[in-house]
Design a protein around this ligand. Structure first.
Ligand code: NAD
Length: 294
């Protein structure tokens, strides 16, 4: 089975659109997401472009604030403060990475946790870890939705995660091991210092690859019947394409797909789900569902 993130994200976006139409019908204003983009990193441009387009699809308002690479840290912090105070903005993101002269941690900490729809603020991360209502980081949330809506049972399953980043591997490990609807898995977290990685990945009922190395997970590293979630997005040269390149995941799809029970394609798997999860967080922000009464 192919875990089609593109199709599922279209379905979920339609569900959001219905909710937004209902809001507007009641005379309420639609959710409003703002995005701050510093510089012109092509990948960041593409991600932010996708987010703005998705807002249009679901009926949200969106504001894109673009600033040159030369912006000072203080100027960026001032923008964050203004967005924190703007009652018409429900949630906002500051697209990472930021230029080296700006401290990303300082900027993340300056975001009001009630508007932190990326879920990167330590308060949201901590609440997530304790199972309290929180904005879940978009990519792990997208993975949970893919599993849930495709009827893939996680309870009691052995999940092996490769990659321990703060935005993917680590939060996903926490979410899948907690006592919840999609959870109750036994999680093994692996990374660059793991001894005999293939021995670990071969034990996975569900394997998550979030490494950032093209086609790193090969056929001999998985068992038959595995469910594979490929988070990786890597651009590689391809002379047969007009653009000269194409996107591949962290999993060698051609080798691994025949052994798997279910697998996400790249592109069209986790990627679209990430943007959709951000839309869900923005809807929650509009409804003040998280941090209610704070
Ligand atoms: P990162 O670079 O922050 O972390 C990579 C992790 O991989 C590290 O924890 C490291 O320990 C591990 N690793 C590196 N080499 C390894 C090795 N040889 N063996 C085992 N583990 C190894 O990565 P990230 O930000 O989590 O991103 C990972 C990939 O996912 C990238 O390709 C990125 O583009 C992609 N990504 C996709 C989405 C999406 O929406 N689909 C979102 C975020 C990231």
């Amino acid at each position: 089975m192919i875990l089609d993130g593109k199709a599922l994200s279209t379905t979920i976006k339609q569900e959001i659109r219905t909710d937004v139409n209902e809001m507007i019908g009641k005379g309420e204003r639609p959710p409003h997401l703002a995005a701050v983009l510093v510089g012109n990193n092509p990948a960041s441009e593409a991600y932010v472009g996708n987010k703005v387009r998705s807002c249009e699809e679901v009926g949200f308002s969106s504001t894109l604030i673009r600033r040159p690479e030369s912006i000072s840290e203080q100027e960026l912090l001032d923008i964050v403060r203004d967005l924190n105070e703007d009652d018409e903005v429900d949630g906002f993101i500051v697209q990472l990475p930021l230029p080296p002269h700006i401290n990303e941690e300082k900027v993340t900490l300056a975001i009001d946790p009630r508007k932190d729809v990326d879920g990167f603020h330590p308060l949201n991360f901590g609440r997530m870890a304790q199972g309290l209502p929180a904005y879940l980081p978009a990519t792990p949330q997208g993975v949970l939705l893919l599993l849930e809506r495709n009827g893939i049972e996680t309870s009691g399953q052995h999940v092996v995660i490769v990659g321990r980043s703060n935005i993917v591997g680590t939060p996903l490990g926490i979410l899948l091991s907690r006592k919840d609807k999609v959870g109750n898995a036994t999680v093994t977290m692996t990374h660059s210092r793991t001894r005999d990685l293939a021995a670990e990945t071969r034990r996975a009922d569900i394997l998550v690859a979030a490494i950032g190395i093209p086609r790193f997970i090969t056929g001999d590293m998985v068992k038959d019947g595995v469910v594979v979630i490929d988070v990786g997005i890597n651009r590689i040269d391809d002379a047969t394409r007009k653009s000269g390149s194409r996107l591949v995941g962290d999993v060698d799809y051609d080798e691994v797909a025949p052994k798997s029970k279910a697998i996400t394609p790249v592109p069209g798997g986790v990627g679209p789900m990430t943007v959709t999860a951000l839309m869900l967080n923005t809807l929650k922000a509009r409804r003040r569902e998280i941090h209610h009464g704070q």
